[in-house]
Design a protein around this ligand. Structure first.
Ligand code: CA
Length: 347
């Protein structure tokens, strides 16, 4: 029996929420690292794994019990060494249910900026008792005449089953002011949850911008569904709007990498921000959806939202009021996970 909880919390108007969660967000591990004893660490990056399941009735997705082959793509990211020669890779995995029958292969010369797969496909078998739906981690020990590196990969297992929905039976509950309401939603079947959507029907609350709504799994994993959305009403009137849009959260989602090189310039009436795009998102199939601008710290009333679709790397603040402001920026992925803050810069 899985159990999920919705946490509704409210804060008094005027109290600022700290963004400590941002500082705690994990960054992806460095991609180039030397093996013990190696003098030179190659600047190379993993560029995905391509799986083939021969004779499969369910496509090229590994199910428990399947034998499969996999090619790993590597990109040389070092312009100072535009050709890496004599490359070979040895594949391993800490997953107990995976046995590798072909774990070594040579690579063609690795040209700068060109993703390149191994010559001979790696091969293995996933045990029938392995947990369906759990990603299988792989580690490639890459060596070339110029140095070596250890590269991480991951391949998904299992196929997505039909969506099932569960309605809360909690009924109408009061949200305490400056407190937390927990509403428990029982999910009555087994299996690994890969993705889920939450639909919140209707909430009435004075100063609904104060609301923060979290979905919490039994193991404590949480996803923020709503934080600081909506408005405030100084007269304290209740408000009732249309149902919220569906918010999709993923248990396995990781935040994207932050953008870099935030610069600000001011022409007297407006401030222009430019930055270098985020290197990307560590989750396969995920990407940067937009960048989020923060002005003067963390107060949501001063927060500027979308600037584009992840390709827009500038923003003009035309409402500076002739005053200098402090700006920071984050990258946000399609699951609304947010990178660590870049900045601040003050102009
Ligand atoms: Ca992500």
């Amino acid at each position: 029996m899985l159990r999920r909880s919705l946490l509704f919390s409210s804060r008094p108007r005027g109290v600022r929420l700290l963004r400590g969660a941002l500082a705690a967000a994990a960054l992806a591990a460095p991609l180039a690292a030397a093996a013990p004893g190696d003098a030179v660490a190659l600047t190379v990056q993993p560029r995905g794994a391509t799986v083939t399941v021969s004779g499969s009735s369910h496509g090229n997705v590994v199910w428990p019990g399947d034998s499969f082959s996999v090619k790993t793509s590597v990109e040389n990211g070092d312009p100072a060494q535009p050709t890496l020669t004599g490359a070979r890779g040895d594949l391993s995995s800490p997953a107990s249910g995976l046995s590798l029958t072909q774990a070594s292969s040579t690579f063609p010369d690795l040209q700068f900026g060109t993703p390149t797969a191994n010559d001979t496909a790696f091969a293995g078998t996933l045990a029938a008792a392995a947990e369906c739906g759990a990603d299988v981690p792989l580690s490639l020990a890459l060596s070339a005449n110029q140095g070596s590196a250890q590269l991480p990969y991951s391949i998904p297992t299992g196929s997505v089953g039909p969506k099932q929905s569960y309605d809360s039976t909690a009924g109408t509950q009061a949200i305490p002011d400056n407190g937390t309401l927990t509403s428990v939603l029982h999910v009555g079947n087994t299996g690994r949850v890969k993705h889920l959507s939450v639909r919140i029907g209707n909430i009435q609350h004075t100063y609904d911008a104060d609301l923060r709504i979290e979905l919490v799994a039994p193991d404590g994993t949480s996803a923020t569904l709503v934080n600081g959305q909506g408005g405030s009403d100084p007269n304290g009137a209740k408000r009732e709007g249309a149902a919220s849009p569906t918010v999709t959260a993923s248990q396995t989602n990781r935040p994207p990498l932050p953008p870099t090189n935030l610069l600000a310039s001011n022409n007297g009436s407006s401030t222009t921000l430019i930055w270098t795009a985020s290197p990307g998102d560590p989750d396969a199939g995920d990407h940067i959806a937009f960048y989020r601008i923060y002005r003067d710290g963390v107060a949501y009333a001063n927060r500027y939202d979308r600037t584009g679709l992840g390709t827009d790397t500038s923003y003009v603040d035309t409402r500076t009021g002739g005053m200098p402001h402090s700006y920071s920026i984050t990258a946000v992925d399609t699951q609304l996970a947010e990178s660590p803050l870049l900045g601040p810069v003050t102009r």
